[in-house]
Design a protein around this ligand. Sequence first.
Ligand SMILES: [Zn+2]
Length: 473
Amino acid sequence: MDLVFLGAARTVTGSKTLLEAHGQRLLVDCGLFQGLKELRLRNWTQPDWAPERIPNLLLTHAHIDHSGFLPRLLHHGFRGRILCTPATAELAALLLRDSAHLQEEDAEWLNRKGLSKHKPALPLYTAADAERVLRLFEVREYEAWFDVAPGIRARFRNAGHILGSAMVELEVQANGAIRRLLWSGDVGRYDMPLNPDPEPPPEVDYLIVESTYGDRTHPAEPPLAQLQPLLERMVASRSILLVPAFAIGRAQQLVYMAREAVASGALPAFPIYIDSPMAVDATAIYCKYPDEHSLAPQQLSGPECVLYGPDVHLCRTVEESKRLNGLDGPALLISSSGMLTGGRVLHHPRQRLPTRSARSHWWDTRPWARAAGRCRKAPNASRSTANGFRCGRTWRTWAACRGMRTGSSCCAGSNRCAGCRDAASSTTVRSTPRRRWRRSCTSGAGGTQWPPSPGSASRWSERRGPLRPVAAR
Ligand SMILES: [Zn+2]
């Protein structure tokens, strides 16, 4: 039995793991590499793992870093079936169509501006590719075992990450023995609004854990306790609270928490605007699967549906979005993208910032942006725009600030502020366990370099006993 990690190794996107066992090959997840250019370029390389010889693919959840490479896989000959939960199939349709649309839009923009060395610049995949790959989806319910291939069966267990998210449990017959494996996928937090707690993992021989934020501790304070003071401030100052939020999962959680705060009597009623067509569609899918999250069916039906309700306004069209420019507070405005890297959300700070008098607050859930928020509050930090902010005497771009999280030298200046210092020191803490881990792996596990060098896959094999790393290819 061999496992090959083809993505999400030494980076957090592009999740793809190939299992070769019992003469069978299957892939778990097929995500897009996102972020820096060197990562995005990996989406364009020719796979050396023969996608045309993979008859089965198991999908843990719909997020693009786990599903976004699927339409491209068709170009490389994949014609197998894609197995996932029903809600994941619906959300993946939403996300893959949107992703294809963005790919086409980017290529068209590069060609129109003449900014690409490729003539013409091509999209990674098109809307037609997305439609073709959606026909390969087959759904399976949570907890029910199903046969994947001769000698391999699987079942999905709720991972509590987003609607439809699942851990993949596999039973593989290998050399007369049964091996049990579990892919965690992205694992949700306990006691989160809307999401169920993740199922406890079963006893397995091999546990493959996805761990994007595994080196950080979540704050003990519940999310609503963090949000409520900001909502109170928003109501008291009659301002707009703008929250960049992921369209799937986070947007619905925010609506639910805000409505809970009003229902408990802690706050007077205020309007909530969801400015994201995808978030609007995703909310409808959430309402369709009441058994798969923590809300009761009666909370999701009728005019008092906790995700819609009379105070929730849905902005699907561009005109509806533009009308929000004239919006007066108090109001909660939720828009995408969640990382503030694109989408409609960018228009709102452009409209409302920078002025000292702009009555807009931010609640930004990204760690690097929280550090930037502290920079902005420093004595000399008087200006900020959608592109950057002033920190002491230095103008920093949001992109540079994002670098603080990964230990970039953007905070090494002598006039760095308290926020930057915090970010820099947390980077130091983060790098220590990884160094230690690498040292123990290189000395203890057959001298194989781990994590593998960027761009290479890492192969683990069970041919002579327990899984161990073999030469990366
Ligand atoms: Zn995810």
